[in-house]
Design a protein around this ligand. Structure first.
Ligand code: NAI
Ligand code: MG
Length: 351
């Protein structure tokens, strides 16, 4: 019997709904497998928590979080607390302090989904740098409110941070039989950070002669995503670029509610964290209509990470059955079902 301890942060808005449904899927998979069990430690850290305590998590939050096999997160952010506060006091410290430097984001068309694009062959991964870069949080705000007001937002790209993510992407390609890798850049305009990124990319690619590797400016790459998406296999990108490209990637599948992400500490020194890529969606929060598929997919990624491949596949198969069947789809993908009804269908389809 394998017992996994999970730290669970539902967070805000629809994060709460999708995590509640995600736990039902986990419980069912444990029941079906008979060889697995999950122990949940649910943490109330959220914007609501912030409004009560003046912080997004307690001072010993990172210590509490560390003690688990994996972290499952819904989404954080809600009107009333500035987004940079909720993000910078909860999500980003976890990613950085637990050295979850790989943000793994599969973008894959599942049968039954309706892409807004004509070309429906979509199957690639975006590997996003997750620990530094544009999201390092450094900068300066001078002369606030004055005519000469000025802000500086810094990016930090280290050799260690840049090399390890690019190498991870090449290794991933090699391991998974992919022969094509694209690096997102903007070295024509970003004359330090992206020139450096390109230089490291050139160094690393020499070690992988069998993989066709090229760089592409992020603006051109955004267009390429739409025009030539069948050629995409592995994309490696900095923190900001990867963030933007993967929302685009999920929209190409028909909804931002579909796609998952894994914040991975490849060395296993710290727990990795799994979450849907969407945010807390205040516009639909409390309505019970959020699509929970992104969370189920994130759970499948988590199970794979925990070496429960068979159970991960079972969840993905059940999701595909429900999508293909088309009777229990949420509104964002063209149906009328509630979050709970869609989950009921997935539970019924879990074999
Ligand atoms: P969002 O992803 O929350 O919503 C964008 C649009 O997609 C909205 O119209 C929303 O209704 C829709 N949507 C999102 N998830 C959906 C789902 N599962 N099913 C159906 N429709 C869905 O992004 P937005 O509006 O930019 O941000 C809202 C809040 O979430 C902000 O406070 C932001 O900071 C936070 N956020 C948090 C993230 C995280 O915790 N990882 C990631 C992105 C945003
Ligand atoms: Mg995003």
């Amino acid at each position: 019997m394998k017992n996994f301890k999970l730290n669970v942060i539902p967070g805000d808005g629809i994060g709460v709904d999708v995590i509640r449904e995600g736990r039902r899927v986990l419980d069912r998979i444990a029941e079906l497998s008979g060889a697995l069990s999950f122990q949940y430690n649910e943490l109330p850290w959220s914007c609501e928590y912030y409004l009560k305590h003046g912080k997004m998590m307690p001072d010993d939050g990172m210590r509490i979080l560390r003690d688990c096999d994996a972290i499952l997160l819904g989404a954080v952010g809600f009107p009333g607390v500035p987004d940079h506060v909720s993000l910078r006091q909860l999500l980003l410290p976890i990613r950085v302090e637990f050295d979850e430097y790989v943000n793994m984001r599969p973008v894959k068309m599942l049968p039954g989904l309706n892409s807004p694009l004509k070309n429906e062959h979509i199957d690639f991964v975006c590997i996003r740098e997750n620990s530094e870069g544009e999201y390092c949080g450094k900068g300066e705000w001078k002369n606030a409110g004055q005519p000469d007001e000025e802000v500086t937002q810094l990016s930090v790209f280290t050799r260690k941070g840049t090399e390890r993510i690019i190498r991870y992407a090449f290794d991933y390609a090699k391991k998974n039989g992919k022969d094509n890798l694209l690096s997102a850049t903007k070295s024509n305009a970003l004359n330090y950070s992206m020139v450096f990124w390109d230089k490291i990319f050139e160094e690393v690619r020499r070690d992988y002669p069998t993989i066709a590797a090229a760089k592409m400016h992020i603006d051109a790459l955004a267009g390429y995503f739409i025009m030539h998406l069948d050629r995409l296999q592995v994309v490696v990108a900095s923190n900001l670029f990867g963030d933007i490209l993967t929302d685009l990637g999920s929209a190409m599948l028909g909804s931002i509610g579909i796609s998952p992400s894994g914040n991975i500490n490849p060395e296993g020194k710290y727990p990795s964290m799994f979450e849907p890529i969407h945010g807390s969606a205040p516009d639909i929060a409390g309505k019970g209509i959020a699509n929970p598929m992104g969370t189920f997919w994130a759970i499948a990624m988590m199970l794979e990470h925990l070496n429960c491949r068979e159970e991960a596949d079972r969840i993905l198969m059940a999701m595909q059955r429900v999508l293909k069947d088309g009777k229990a789809l949420t509104r964002d993908i063209g149906g009328q079902a509630s979050t709970t009804e869609m989950t009921d269908a997935v539970l019924a389809a879990l074999l």
